[in-house]
Design a protein around this ligand. Structure first.
Ligand SMILES: Cc1cc2nc3c(=O)[nH]c(=O)nc-3n(C[C@H](O)[C@H](O)[C@H](O)COP(=O)(O)O)c2cc1C
Length: 360
């Protein structure tokens, strides 16, 4: 008998019976024209679904102020909810489980993406350095404290819409420099109200969203993604260990399903660094399922599960380029190489659904 591969063993995540631990990481693909999911996404997601697999969708806007990139999907209108339904169905038909990543970009935007050309919204009025990561970022407008409940409510409604569309749950996007991260990190959040200053205050916005979403759809259908140690979009914290640990402990109160954390070695997108930091204290503090992501290959994914560093491992670029990634990992097959030139292009097929499966 072949030895058991820890990454490919079953796992019970709350009420969901996963048949393996290889998760599709959330990935923006910029092919949802007019912010509406398109039929070609049916093929993309169903290609990556297997019985008992967990897929997380691309980041999906919670409102008309949530967008900052071309052709990203939303889930705030009836039409968007309807457009998601056949995509979700196709994953369910293959026995997969699919969570919608709900998202607000905050200041990672341009007024051209905003209603009436207004300034993007954030915790701060400090903008991102012009031209960073090739973007044309507009100076943001600092949300007044009395405007914050409306943004929290947008997340709540988006979660309700996701359930109406048939999703098994939602992942709150608290990572990668977007609006929640802009509140969490002390090098961005320069507020003097109850949403800024102390660690407790900076985490308030994130936890209000978690609470509202968990109350709306049940904590057993809610995950959150954090990138405490990263500095994407200039979202940096002076004490990421403390921030991560505070959040991991605070989340327990809402009894949510999972915490999904990007590895400290992934300080920047694409580059792996040596780091003194570890997600282990967060993993130990958090009582639910722990998902780790960031730069994983087959071997270190296996080790992460074997060593108890994570329950599940999310794969981004490898899964993008290998629709049958769990199968390839199981038999130790070679992998297709990803083509970064087509990550964010708008073609409904090229670089999207044309990566080949293993020949059997
Ligand atoms: C094309 C692309 C799009 C991405 N979009 C998102 C996104 O929408 N939401 C998110 O949380 N992370 C996003 N990420 C980050 C991935 O989820 C993942 O954390 C990152 O790629 C590192 O994992 P990997 O080394 O397995 O690719 C994206 C990454 C890529 C390559």
């Amino acid at each position: 008998m072949a030895p058991t591969i820890p990454l490919l063993t079953p796992y019970k995540m709350g009420k969901f019976n996963l048949s393996h631990r290889v998760v599709l990481a959330p990935m923006t693909r910029n092919r949802s024209y007019g912010n509406t999911p398109q039929p070609h996404a049916i093929l993309y997601y169903s290609q990556r679904a297997t019985k008992g697999s967990l897929l997380i969708t691309e980041a999906t806007g919670v409102s008309d102020t949530a967008q900052g990139y071309p052709e990203t999907p939303g889930i705030w209108t009836k039409e968007q909810v309807e457009a998601w339904k056949p995509i979700v169905n196709s994953v369910h038909e293959k026995g997969g489980i699919i969570f919608c990543q709900i998202w607000h970009v905050g200041r990672v935007s341009n007024s051209g993406f905003q209603p009436n050309g207004e300034a993007p919204l954030s915790s701060t009025d400090k903008g991102i350095t012009p031209g960073l990561a090739g973007g044309d970022w507009s100076p943001p407008r600092r949300l007044r404290s009395d405007e914050i409940p409306a943004i929290v409510n947008d997340f709540r409604l988006a979660a309700r819409n996701a359930i109406d569309a048939g999703f098994d749950g939602v992942e709150i996007h608290g990572a990668n420099g977007y609006i929640i991260d802009q509140f969490l990190k002390d090098q961005v959040n320069d507020r003097s109200d109850e949403y800024g200053g102390t660690l407790e205050n900076r985490c308030r916005f994130a936890l209000e969203i978690v609470e509202a979403v968990a109350n709306e759809i049940g904590g057993d259908r809610v995950g959150i993604r954090l990138s405490t140690f990263a500095n994407y979009m200039e979202c940096v914290d002076s004490d990421p260990e403390a921030l991560g640990l505070y959040m991991a402990n605070a989340l327990n109160k809402y009894e949510i399903l999972y915490l999904h954390v990007i590895e400290p070695r992934m300080v920047e997108v694409d580059t792996l660094y040596e780091t003194p930091h570890s997600t282990l204290p967060m993993r130990k503090a958090f009582k639910g399922t722990f998902i780790s992501a960031g730069g994983y290959k087959r071997d270190d994914g296996i080790n992460a599960v074997a060593d108890g560093k994570a329950d599940l491992v999310a794969f981004g670029r490898l899964f993008l380029a290998n629709p049958d990634l769990p199968k390839r990992f199981e038999i130790g097959a070679g992998l297709n190489k990803y083509d970064r030139n087509t990550f964010y292009t708008q073609d409904p097929k090229v670089g999207y659904t044309d990566y080949p499966f293993l020949e059997v």
